[in-house]
Structure formats: structure tokens, C-alpha cells
Design a protein around this ligand. Structure first.
Ligand code: FAD
Length: 477
């Protein structure tokens, strides 16, 4: 199929030159855009200093989820006795962690994934330049001593972990999430500062692997920005498994004291451990890349301002992913990048719809959500009927010994249209797809209720929740 720019040339009987696209940053925002642009016949160059796949593949998303695969297996093994299994002789079988092997597997898997992406992108005819680059004009990027000229520029430089003025990472005892896989061992006593998504995921994983974990949360509960019911379940699981959760505790400083670390809280208390992991947010990688010279507007925190088709304040310059701070997810970065290419190369494009984004917090159990939030319903912004079914009543959950979690569905009053959902369950990241499809395709709870689910299955709770909205609607929360 011809791209729009090719068709325009054909209709006017003129052979138009291939549009040139230059992309700064090769994470999901950058490489997914490159694939679309190449498919549309553009001449594409990606400049990246660390490796294709970006921080997503090399240090953040892929490594952390690989770690979590191991920690979830550990949790499953821990349940074996309750399932009538014996791992070894004796009442308390011990499964150890080979930390160097665990970290080596994670890094090897990430490197292999990056290699696969680079190969795929190169196969599509995209030129890759391994170097640091910067904009020198709205249509020029300088990298590896040369100047690339382009009709369209996409900035997708990502973000880096934030530290605190009085808590600087040293890579040995005080760590960011990108340094943890270089440790020689499993942290014995890990203090996680910050209880947002990243903090909760690492706290959950290391607790399962055998570290003694303290989670320092400046807010009343963990995961303060997530569904409250879900956060309450996870905090309950954390505490039951022995995690020391310190609520309303703002960390002010982290210092080393020999082979230990001391975290000083705002109220003067001190917490000590062998290692401290800082998970206090991300800062955009937007300094020193020439934005000022070109006139690309950023907000007060340095994130690039974009509209819903990824345009910046400068014509011909687009931005995608974490450097825009829109929603720091790989799937959103990729979609912003693709949209930028469709728009700039003249294709029909649907502006990004953040209300349709599905996201998961990979704690154990996982929290997956899509669509409207309980908070929006509670504030009266959405007229929705809400049903929440506990996972413990699901037959498959009983068989697996899973008691923590629920399936929650939001449906519009009157029409029964599915507006959103929250699932707290093992592999909730897989279960949420049915609700995502329902939202994207404007399905009603009735249509979900009339869909076959496998018996027994955890997804049976989704169809059951839909039936509950219909049958017992008025009696529901
Ligand atoms: C611990 C952790 C776990 C996460 N888990 C998930 C998850 O499970 N699911 C999910 O959806 N999201 C997850 N995320 C978020 C996800 O990783 C990001 O949203 C995603 O990486 C954003 O992609 P990006 O393309 O914007 O940038 P990045 O992936 O950060 O890539 C940016 C690339 O640009 C390069 N670059 C930067 N500046 C320059 C320059 N001047 N010149 C050349 N190259 C440059 C960098 O080297 C890098 O390769 C996680 C994040 C963290 C921190």
C-alpha cells in the first residue's frame, strides 16, 4: 500500500523525495516510531547512546519484570506445603537464591532483547547511530561528529531515576533501580524509599526472594495514586508477609555508616539496613539536548510539552515517551511515537486516548486497571455502577490457594457501557485485556456477561462481575 506522501506525488505526477525522519532516543517511543516511519517509506535514522530498546529494555521494565518472574516463582514455592506438596524432606524446605545467577540472567535477557530489537529495526532499513545526539535546529541533529538533516524530528530521550539532595546513589549501598542488578548479593536488609509503583514492585519482589524489607512511604498508605481498595489489599499482603511498612514517613536523608545505611526520616527517626533503594520518581532526560536553542517548550520540571498527536511547540519537531511525562509507560511511549509518525507523514491518525490505557503494578498479587477510576466515580465525575467481587470466591483461585484480590467493574448507569475496571489477582496483567477490549469497542456489561469464559478460570470472575452489575445492580456498592 502506498503511503499518503507517495500518493500525493502520484496524483500530481511528481516523484516526491522520501521524507527524512531523525529520531533521538531508541526506547519504545523511538524504535516503535522508527518501524512505522520505515513502513511508510521514509528514510529513517535513530540516534541512541545506550542500545535499542532504551532504558525500558536495558535497565527498567524488562529487568524488573524478569526479577519479578523469579520472585513470583519463589512465592509459589512458598505455598507448596498448603497445596499438599513437599519440596524436600522436612517440614520447612528451603529454596535459596543464587543472586549472581539471578542478576546475570536478568542482564543477559535484557541485552538479548535489545539485540533482537536492533536487528528488527535494521532489517526494516532504519539506520542506527550509536552515539549521544543533540538538536542543533528544528531539522538537524548532531551526533557522532556529523549533522543529520530531517524533515521530521522525534525526541524520545526518556527519563532517569530521581535522587534526593541528601541521598545520593553510590551504586554499592545506596541504589537507584538501575543499579540493583550489579550487586554481588541479595540485599539482606533492604530499605525501599518511596511507595509508588516502582517502590512497591521492588519491595514485593525482594521480600519474596528473602530480603528483610522496610518500605518507607511518605503517605498514609502504599500506592497512594492507585485504586484505594487495591492498595489496601497489597499493603495487607506486605504486612502479613512480614514487611515493615512505615506510613506517613518522609525520608529526608540517606547516609552510609560502614557496611550499613541509615535513612533519616523527617520526624527525626532513623531506620538502618544493609542497602537502600531510592524510588522517588523520574526526571526527564531533556537537558543538554538543544531544546532551548530550537525553542521546544518544556514545563517547570523539564518535561517536553506535547499535544495529543505528539507535536511540540516547534513545527516539525515531535516528542514521545517519558521525556513528555504524559504517562510513564512503555505502551504509551510506543503509541505516542507511532502517532507522531502517522501524523507527520500525513496518515489518518486518532489522537492518543489516555482513558483507554491499561496498566499493571507487578506486585504479588498484581494490580491491573483500565478506564475510569474509583476516585473519579466517588468525586461524582462519572455516573457509574460499581461491582466488586472478591477473588476468594472464584473456584480457580481456591484451587490455587489465592485469597487476596478482587475484580471490580465500572459500568455507565443507564446504558451499561463498560467504563473501567480494576483486577487484583495473580497475572491480573493478562486478565485485564477483556475489559480493555470492552472499553475500546464500546461493549456493555451485558455483552461481557453473555460471553463464554472457561470454567474454572480466574477470568470467570470478569464475566461474573458483569452479570452482577446486570442482575444485582441496585444492591451494589
Ligand atoms: C523500574 C521500572 C520498571 C518499569 N516497568 C514498566 C512496566 O512494567 N511496564 C511499562 O509499561 N512501563 C514500565 N516502566 C516505564 C517504562 O520503562 C518507560 O515508560 C519507557 O522506558 C519509556 O520509553 P521511552 O522511549 O520514553 O524512553 P527510554 O526507554 O528511557 O529510552 C530512551 C533512550 O534514549 C536514549 N537517549 C537519551 N538521551 C539521548 C541523547 N541525547 N542521545 C542519544 N540517545 C539518548 C537513552 O540512552 C535511551 O536508550 C518502568 C520504569 C521503571 C523505572
Amino acid at each position: 500500500m502506498q503511503a499518503t506522501w507517495e500518493r500525493a506525488g502520484y496524483l500530481t505526477n511528481v516523484t516526491l523525495p522520501r521524507p527524512r525522519v531523525a529520531i533521538l532516543g531508541g526506547g519504545p517511543g523511538g524504535y516503535e516510531a522508527a518501524l512505522v516511519a520505515a513502513q511508510l517509506g521514509a528514510e529513517v535514522t535513530v540516534v541512541d547512546e545506550d542500545g535499542l530498546g532504551g532504558a525500558c529494555v536495558l535497565t527498567d521494565c524488562v529487568p524488573s519484570k524478569t526479577l519479578i518472574e523469579s520472585s513470583s516463582t519463589m512465592t509459589s514455592l512458598g505455598r507448596s506445603a498448603s497445596l499438599g506438596l513437599q519440596l524436600a524432606s522436612g517440614a520447612n524446605p528451603v529454596v535459596g537464591v543464587d543472586a549472581p545467577a539471578l542478576y546475570a540472567r536478568i542482564k543477559a535477557l535484557a541485552a538479548a532483547q535489545s539485540y533482537d530489537i536492533a536487528e528488527h529495526v535494521a532489517r526494516e532499513g532504519v539506520r542506527i547511530i550509536e552515539a549521544r545526539g543533540r538538536l542543533t535546529g528544528p531539522h538537524t541533529i548532531e551526533a557522532a561528529g556529523r549533522t543529520l538533516r530531517a524533515d521530521v524530528v522525534l525526541i524520545a530521550t526518556g527519563a532517569s531515576p530521581r535522587t534526593l539532595p541528601d541521598a545520593q546513589a553510590d551504586g554499592e549501598r545506596i541504589l537507584t533501580c538501575r543499579q540493583i542488578y550489579d550487586l554481588p548479593e541479595l540485599p539482606e536488609e533492604l530499605i525501599v524509599v518511596g511507595s509508588g509503583v516502582t517502590g512497591a514492585e521492588f519491595a514485593s519482589a525482594f521480600q519474596a526472594l528473602g530480603s528483610r524489607v522496610t518500605l518507607v512511604s511518605s503517605r498514609e498508605r502504599v500506592l497512594p495514586h492507585e485504586d484505594k481498595d487495591a492498595a489496601v489489599v497489597i499493603e495487607g499482603v506486605f504486612r502479613r508477609r512480614g514487611m515493615n511498612v512505615l506510613g506517613k514517613s518522609r525520608a529526608e536523608a540517606v547516609h552510609r555508616k560502614g557496611d550499613s545505611v541509615v535513612v533519616r526520616l523527617a520526624d527525626g527517626r532513623e531506620v538502618s539496613g544493609t542497602h537502600c533503594l531510592l524510588t522517588v520518581g523520574m526526571v526527564p532526560s531533556t537537558t543538554g539536548i538543544g531544546l532551548d536553542a530550537v525553542g521546544v517548550k518544556t514545563d517547570a520540571r523539564g518535561f517536553i510539552e506535547v499535544d495529543r498527536v505528539s507535536r511540540t511547540s516547534v513545527q516539525g519537531v515531535y516528542a514521545a515517551g517519558d521525556c513528555t511525562g504524559v504517562l510513564m509507560l512503555a505502551s504509551v511511549a510506543a503509541m505516542q511515537g507511532r502517532i507522531a509518525m502517522w501524523h507527520s507523514l500525513g496518515e489518518a491518525v486518532q489522537p492518543i486516548r489516555l482513558s483507554h490505557v491499561a496498566a499493571t503494578i507487578f506486585t504479588d498479587p498484581e494490580i491491573a486497571s483500565v478506564g475510569v477510576s474509583q476516585a473519579a466515580v466517588d468525586r461524582g465525575e462519572v455516573d457509574a455502577r460499581v461491582v466488586k467481587l472478591p477473588l476468594a470466591t472464584n473456584p480457580r483461585a481456591k484451587m490455587g490457594g489465592f485469597r487476596d484480590g478482587f475484580v471490580k467493574v465500572f459500568a455507565r448507569l443507564g446504558t451499561g457501557m463498560v467504563l473501567g475496571g480494576v483486577i487484583v489477582a495473580p497475572r491480573a496483567s493478562e486478565l485485564i485485556l477483556s475489559l480493555s477490549i470492552a472499553i475500546e469497542q464500546n461493549l456493555t456489561v451485558e455483552q461481557i456477561a453473555h460471553t463464554f469464559s472457561v470454567y474454572p478460570s480466574l477470568s470467570g470472575s470478569v464475566t461474573e462481575a458483569a452479570r452482577s452489575v446486570m442482575e444485582f445492580g441496585d444492591a451494589i456498592v
